[in-house]
Design a protein around this ligand. Structure first.
Ligand code: MF3
Ligand code: CO
Ligand code: CO
Length: 255
């Protein structure tokens, strides 16, 4: 599948979908407290997306995924399925939201702390956050995706963490996962060259230990093989004539 360059009209729709996805993360943050289950977080997000935003939670029934959001706790890397698990003080989790509005997708995720995190938990979340930010800052026409992957990998490894290789960022638009693949590792000057009108995600998964992962028997949940903590942050962005526009930006809501 070729990379699609979005028209002005499509970009306007992507801006709306992106804002809605960001708004869900902002809405759910105060609910992330000791004692709540990931299933309850899913229900609150589902109802908000469907009833308030009049949008569609993209994960629900996507290739058989059973819930409306992904919740990945502690050593879970990504695609955690919300359920009976009760959050407790000291847990860290990634909440990943993808909404469809007017046929276009907005995809974003962030780390949240339940109570006070350990020093290591805070550090892996910070490294993943900084890796995403430095990737975003590089986005402009004519650079290569390999330049971004390389910079992210360098930053993560310099901080004695590791980058997950099996999952990557992606083009996004009418499709949830479009071309190109956006790897979070690589070599400068390789892979696709950016062009204005491209929309894609960057979503580095950073492990505090080794990079190897495994898939649980539920067919979705990805965990670190060495059970080390993992962190991920994600934004959807547009390549503009002069640089980048982050379509899922949240005001005053960083790490
Ligand atoms: N939102 C994830 C991403 O960033 C994809 C989740 S697919 C699901 O690409 F089926 F697990 F929801
Ligand atoms: Co994504
Ligand atoms: Co996502």
């Amino acid at each position: 599948m070729a990379i699609t360059i979005k028209t002005k009209d499509e970009i306007a729709k992507m801006r709306i979908a992106g804002r809605l996805a960001a708004d869900v993360l902002h809405m759910i943050r105060p609910h992330v407290q000791p004692g709540i289950t990931t299933g309850e977080l899913d229900r609150i997000c589902h109802d908000y997306i469907v009833n308030v935003q009049k949008a569609i939670p993209a994960p629900l029934n996507y290739r058989g995924f059973p819930k409306s959001i992904c919740t990945s706790v502690n050593h879970q890397v990504c695609h955690g399925i919300p359920g009976e698990r009760m959050l407790k003080a000291g847990d860290i989790l990634n909440i990943d939201i993808t909404v469809i509005k007017d046929d276009y997708h907005g995809d974003t995720s962030k780390m949240m702390f339940v109570g006070e995190p350990s020093v290591l938990a805070r550090r892996v979340a910070q490294v993943a956050h900084d890796a995403l930010c430095l990737g975003i800052e590089m986005v402009r026409p004519d650079i290569h995706l390999g330049d971004i992957g390389h910079a992210i990998q360098q930053h993560v490894e310099k901080n004695r963490c590791s980058v997950v290789r099996e999952y990557c960022g992606h083009g996004i638009g009418r499709g949830f996962h479009e071309d190109p693949q956006v790897l979070h590792y690589g070599k400068p000057g390789t892979r696709e060259r950016l062009v204005p009108g491209m929309t894609f995600t960057i979503e580095p998964m950073v492990n505090a230990g080794k990079r190897q992962v495994k898939l649980l028997k539920d067919g979705w949940t990805v965990v670190t093989r060495d059970r080390s903590l993992s962190a991920q942050w994600e934004h959807t962005m547009l390549v503009t004539d002069s640089g980048v526009e982050v379509l899922t930006q949240r005001e005053g809501d960083g790490l």
